[in-house]
Design a protein around this ligand. Structure first.
Ligand SMILES: Cc1cc2nc3c(=O)[nH]c(=O)nc-3n(C[C@H](O)[C@H](O)[C@H](O)COP(=O)(O)O)c2cc1C
Length: 216
């Protein structure tokens, strides 16, 4: 079978899907996002807090990767990474980004766009100290996205980082940074088996959040 036929034969949205009534949606997208997250967890969606972060550096070339959503409040969405990573460098010169969630069990997609800023050293330190030992050890390397010339270097550096953490359990990795994305627009997308997908976009205006339905 050709790749094209293989792909064409794969079903999409062929499962019971939840409903979404945009007319009953909360006026603030943070509330709807929180509600959808709770529903995703209750529905057993796998890793609903895994989201794609898209950034672009000075060359304008889009880049993306999957990250974990660390928190969500009235300010926006929080994620943690190393400021010296590729994404950290891109955000340093172009502090705006897009986030995407796809919950295939529910046929739900959420898109968020907005400016990004570091949440502050205290938030980053707290986040770091709350992480399991293995994650803290890995973050301590402070080399994310740089070239690994010899895989043996990784094992050696992990051992050294572990020893540093054992000697000083309150050590915080220098480059570990929690970032806050403040949404300017948020789109909620609910798949429909008949392809009448429901789209609701929130846009921040000086008067507050404005909602619009979008053609699928
Ligand atoms: C499910 C999943 C969760 C991830 N969570 C994070 C995370 O929270 N922070 C992080 O820095 N990288 C995380 N990663 C790794 C990133 O996708 C990426 O490989 C890494 O951050 C380097 O990205 P960059 O080179 O674009 O900076 C995760 C990957 C996956 C697949």
């Amino acid at each position: 079978m050709s790749m094209r036929d293989l792909l064409r034969g794969l079903p999409v949205f062929a499962r019971p899907l939840p409903t979404f009534d945009p007319d009953a949606a909360a006026p603030d997208p943070a509330d709807l996002l929180a509600a959808w997250l709770h529903e995703a967890v209750a529905a057993g969606v796998s890793e609903p807090h895994a989201m794609t972060l898209a950034t672009a550096g000075p060359d304008g070339m889009p880049d993306l990767r999957v990250l974990i959503l660390k928190d969500l409040d009235a300010e926006g969405l929080y994620f943690a990474t190393e400021s010296i990573s590729a994404k950290g460098a891109q955000l340093g010169v172009n502090p705006q980004a897009a986030l995407g969630f796809y919950w295939r069990e529910q046929g739900r997609q959420i898109r968020v766009r907005g400016p990004v800023q570091p949440a502050g050293p205290e938030v980053s330190a707290q986040d770091f100290l709350a992480r399991p030992l293995g994650s803290r050890t890995a973050s301590l390397l402070g080399r994310q996205s740089t070239v690994l010339h010899d895989p043996a270097d990784l094992a050696a550096e992990l051992l050294a980082a572990q020893a540093r953490l054992e000697a000083d359990p309150l050590l915080v990795a220098e480059h570990h940074t929690v970032y806050l994305l403040k949404p300017m627009s948020v789109e909620f997308w609910q798949a429909d088996a008949e392809r009448r997908h429901i789209r609701l976009r929130y846009r921040r205006t000086p008067e507050g959040w404005r909602t619009e339905r979008l053609w699928p």
